[in-house]
Ligand binder design. Sequence first.
Ligand code: BGP
Length: 491
Amino acid sequence: MYQNQASLHFPNGFLWGGATAANQVEGGWDEGGKGMTIQDCLPYREVGVADFTKQFAYSSADLAEALAAGPEANYPKRRAIDFYHHYKEDIALFAEMGFKVLRVSICWSRIYTDPRDPEPNEEGIAFYEDMFRECRKHGIEPLVTLSHYDPPLALVTDYQGWYSREVIGLFVKYARTCFERFGHLVKYWLTFNEVDAMLRHAVTSGGLIEDRFPGKNFDEVIYQAMHHQMVASAQAVKLCHEMVPGLQVGCMMTKLCFYPYSCKPEDNLATQQRMRGVYRYVDIQVFGEYPRYLWKEMEQKGVSIEYRPEDMELLREGTVDFVSFSYYMTSCMAADTEGLDMAPGNTVNGVKNPYLPSSEWGWQTDASGLRYSLVELYDRYRKPLFIVENGLGARDTLEEDGSVHDPYRAAYLEEHVRAMSDAINLDGVDLIGYTWWGCIDLVSESTRQMSKRYGFIYVDMDDYGNGTQKRYKKDSFDYYKQVIESNGTNL
Ligand code: BGP
């Protein structure tokens, strides 16, 4: 358990809250004029802890099979926890915990049924407008991600995902509509969730299916698609600033953190190299240009990307206002991993750290690593930081009396809050907020299961679509309430 070294203290107005994403909570996959997204077509697979990457191995045949299957075939994402119909009840529960901020994502396919449509879908707009108003009614500031792992299906079937340059224009049109219609209700925006993720799961981040690029180097496809996302993101940031001065747009990265496995110089060098891989695209979004090491990386892989001179101008003009990130765990790097135990952690493997406890899914809990990461990020970027994902996935038991005892979740929260406080008070980090991932149980991204639960609120749904969808407060609900009420000082 991390013990804070300075007294606990958080700035006034610190944004405490929770985070979700449309594809993991909404359901209502064919309601309200919504078009299909790739998430509506991902099959549920039972895979072992060490095999999560298999979830993301996705072929055209898988897609065809998913499209041919009946509407309930892809239960987890298509129905999720039905936030689409329960949002008022859920937001009231978040308000009861004292949330100052709620991170949600907008599903592009609700705003444009088909991304090529000239006009937006008013029913989709009305849904989000009402949800944001509901947040505001309770004094909750919405924090909105424009794209969280759910590219519209048409981008995959009728384009080549983000590899197609035309997608930039489609995304910017969508972003413009969001700023225009929600700019008065939403102050904080994020462009792409975990912007570095396309290199790990190309289909959900980039709409890229490898077999649709016969004869092409798939690495090159990914770097090209990343370039298009960078340009689209910069254009959206610039547009937002022009359209509604005062709004804040951030980038969002997976804050992976690797320690050298030993003090061997080779392990240190390997760690440094690995960490550059974590920062490469955020460097563009913050500094407005490709870092030299990214050009070198592409050169070494024998790939080259196409770009226009005006792209580079846009990257300079569309830099972000703050840096947000997800943080769950740390692991180690070694130059030679032979004979070492590995930690599967999400879709990113690392060498197991013998000093850290692991969750059932191999994620190694490390609150010190959060403080370490905050310092690293602040020293590198000198921008306000926002933790927009942090949390513990665990199996919970719903007792007969409707209670859920989850001391492990409160303990995880407690030590991460202690570490954040030290980063602010001792290390001088400018941290503006914290949103706990999956503040209400939702469908897990890597397992596509309900049974890996993050919430302070339990939702009665299982991995196969059975359950009442009833919401229950877990013990951690009251704990988080107490944390927020005391502005992080009563832990
Ligand atoms: C992040 C994603 C989220 C979320 C979280 C937890 O990478 O941005 O969408 O799912 O990880 O991961 P999981 O659901 O796999 O436990």
